[in-house]
Ligand binder design. Sequence first.
Ligand SMILES: *[C@@H]1O[C@H](CO)[C@@H](O)[C@H](O)[C@H]1NC(C)=O
Ligand SMILES: *[C@@H]1O[C@H](CO)[C@@H](O)[C@H](O)[C@H]1NC(C)=O
Ligand SMILES: *[C@@H]1O[C@H](CO)[C@@H](O)[C@H](O)[C@H]1NC(C)=O
Ligand SMILES: *[C@@H]1O[C@H](CO)[C@@H](O)[C@H](O)[C@H]1NC(C)=O
Ligand SMILES: *[C@@H]1O[C@H](CO)[C@@H](O)[C@H](O)[C@H]1NC(C)=O
Length: 184
Amino acid sequence: MPRNLYAHFRLYLLASLLLDVKATFRNFTIDDSDPSWVYGPYGAWNIGNECHGCDAQPEAELVYNQTWHDAAFYAPPNSQTMAFPNEPFTANITFNGTAIYVFCIMLNSATYPIFGDSDMIFHMDGIPVSTYQNTPTENLDTYTYNVPVFAMPSLEYGLHRLMIQNGVPNGTNALILLDYIIFT
Ligand SMILES: *[C@@H]1O[C@H](CO)[C@@H](O)[C@H](O)[C@H]1NC(C)=O
Ligand SMILES: *[C@@H]1O[C@H](CO)[C@@H](O)[C@H](O)[C@H]1NC(C)=O
Ligand SMILES: *[C@@H]1O[C@H](CO)[C@@H](O)[C@H](O)[C@H]1NC(C)=O
Ligand SMILES: *[C@@H]1O[C@H](CO)[C@@H](O)[C@H](O)[C@H]1NC(C)=O
Ligand SMILES: *[C@@H]1O[C@H](CO)[C@@H](O)[C@H](O)[C@H]1NC(C)=O
């Protein structure tokens, strides 16, 4: 083929290759309000942005899509305040990809307006793979947004089941304010 055309062809190949790589590794955000989430036990999570009785009240403007899910695990002996005493909260989602990142909102308080302690376990395809714990010691009553609580950047490409567990039976108090996940 003519030299000029050949150069064009090579450029085209290079461009399509680059585009292909970009298309192969693309991030998608799934909001906590997405219908593909399964939250449990039934009715135990609060839709934080609609929950006026919830103690944790972050600023909606700073939250992805202005929505979040709120669940407070009260450890024994206070667990009788829960509808399902001593039962951890779970949020399940299935995604098709090679990486996953979970983002939460953190309450920087020990006790007021509620405990800001975190105690999460992340299960991938049924196997516990990671934990996130945090114990605020002051009562700042402020929030930190977009906190990465879980990252698994190199998964085998395909369908994966993520389960986020908030609280551990007979463990410690644990608050979760789930905002969104990103998967690649
Ligand atoms: C996807 O998002 C994560 C978390 O923000 C980031 O670390 C990663 O580099 C992103 N990957 C791509 C392909 O944009
Ligand atoms: C944002 O939240 C609303 C519910 O308040 C939901 O219907 C909508 O799908 C969400 N948008 C995105 C991009 O997730
Ligand atoms: C999430 O998945 C696990 C494992 O399959 C299951 O035990 C748990 O009940 C599920 N949670 C919800 C809310 O469906
Ligand atoms: C994952 O997505 C890719 C691209 O859309 C598709 O070809 C593949 O069949 C999907 N895998 C599963 C297990 O759904
Ligand atoms: C929690 O502790 C109580 C009292 O020690 C015990 O009876 C119960 O089996 C424990 N539950 C779990 C899930 O470990």
